[in-house]
Design a protein around this ligand. Structure first.
Ligand code: NAP
Length: 349
């Protein structure tokens, strides 16, 4: 049997595409990814990057704070009965993703907990292969595989992965080796701020090592980090080496001040890279056009078609600019609508 539409990737873009495709009776097949050690190390487990985060404060519809008083004052009793009892409690990343997954399931999305590892887009229907050995054809495909965290690429950094080197504070921060110990976060963007603030829950001190003298992060996130008494910023500094040994894993980092060329060893038990992302496109074998950073491109403005007719892209894998949960979800919706329209035009709906 040839699938009508296969969605690869299970972040906000993938689930939103699945919800829309399922509601259009396209019976989408979702490959949500596999729970492998390789995916864990790369940060590409099912449910995507949001599942690796804590509170999601900027996804519309999930305000946090004491809404009860506001609701008593501002929202008519007749409307309040339509609001969920937990309204006002915000939402966590993992919870939001589970809710999206459930919503897609409710409308009939079929889910495979497996990775697509190879595709052939040279002729239609497209051919796909999975890690578990599935081989099948699909008329339309939506790529929503997102992006993963980058590392600096130092040899000493890869040596201590799983032994104090991580790119996900939320996944690993609560581990005993990080409790009441000094830690270091690399980067100056929102991720670095978020990770550093999060880690102060456990750590005795968190250093942020940033290569410039100002943060790229949004003002609210930067201000929060700068006001945190447990955070100490090392400006104009780069990591020269991650220090450690086989028995203890990471024991420190050697940083160099780029203005003075002086080096300093910081004693830390954890090293968290927060230096941007790489789109998850390896399995595509270069069959879709990308920009110079490797992100898939949409050749037609405001349409989610890729360079191959019948293949659509949504979310962070095609977005090196906004990279927000809500923009990913929006483009997932657009990709499902574009795919549906294309399938109808082909008589394949
Ligand atoms: P980013 O904004 O691209 O920031 C990456 C940071 O890493 C930059 O400060 C960059 O330094 C530094 N960096 C990159 N390569 C480096 C290298 N080789 N050596 C040393 N430093 C290096 O990435 P991000 O923080 O992951 O954020 C990505 C997107 O997600 C942004 O749009 C952000 O707003 C969003 N985000 C939002 C939230 C939130 O709102 N809750 C949380 C996380 C992320 P330079 O500044 O010098 O380039």
């Amino acid at each position: 049997m040839t699938e009508r539409i296969t969605i690869i990737g299970s972040g906000p873009a993938g689930w939103t595409a699945a919800i829309y495709a399922a509601r259009a009776n396209l019976e989408p097949l979702m490959y949500e990814g596999a729970f492998t050690e390789d995916n864990r190390l790369k940060g590409t487990l099912p449910l995507g990057q949001l599942a690796l985060t804590t509170e999601v404060e900027n996804y519309p519809g999930f305000p946090s704070g004491n809404l009860a008083a506001y609701m008593d004052d501002a929202i008519d009793e007749s409307k309040r009965k339509y609001m969920a009892p937990h309204a006002g409690e915000g939402v966590s990343g993992p919870e939001l993703m589970e809710l999206m997954r459930q919503q897609a399931t409710n409308f009939g999305t079929r889910i495979k907990t497996d990775d697509i590892v190879e595709v052939d887009f040279s002729s239609r229907p497209f051919k796909l292969k999975s890690l578990a050995g599935d081989e099948f054809e699909s008329h339309a495909v939506i790529i929503a595989t997102g992006a993963r965290a980058n590392y600096l690429g130092l040899e000493s950094e890869s040596r201590f992965k799983n032994a104090g080197v991580s790119a996900c504070a939320v996944c690993d921060g609560a581990m005993p080796r990080y409790r009441d110990k000094p830690l270091v976060v690399i980067g100056g963007g929102d991720s670095a701020m978020e990770e550093a603030n999060f880690l102060t829950k456990y750590a005795s001190r968190v250093y942020i090592v940033h290569r410039r003298d100002s943060f790229r992060a949004s003002k609210i996130m930067a201000d929060r980090a700068l006001a945190n008494p447990k955070i100490d910023v090392k400006w104009n500094s780069v990591i020269e080496e991650v220090l450690g040994d086989d028995e203890n894993g990471v024991t420190g980092v050697r940083i160099k001040n780029t203005e003075t060329d002086s080096t300093e060893d910081l004693e830390v038990t954890g090293y968290f890279a927060a230096i941007g992302h790489t789109p998850n496109t390896d399995f595509l074998g270069g069959q879709l056009e990308t920009n110079d950073k490797g992100y898939l491109i949409w050749p037609v403005s405001h349409r989610t078609n890729t360079s191959v007719e019948g293949v659509f892209a949504a979310g962070d894998v095609a977005d090196d600019h906004y990279r927000q949960a809500v923009t990913a979800a929006g483009s997932g919706c657009a990709a499902a609508l574009d795919a549906e329209k294309w399938l109808v035009a082909q008589g394949l709906d």
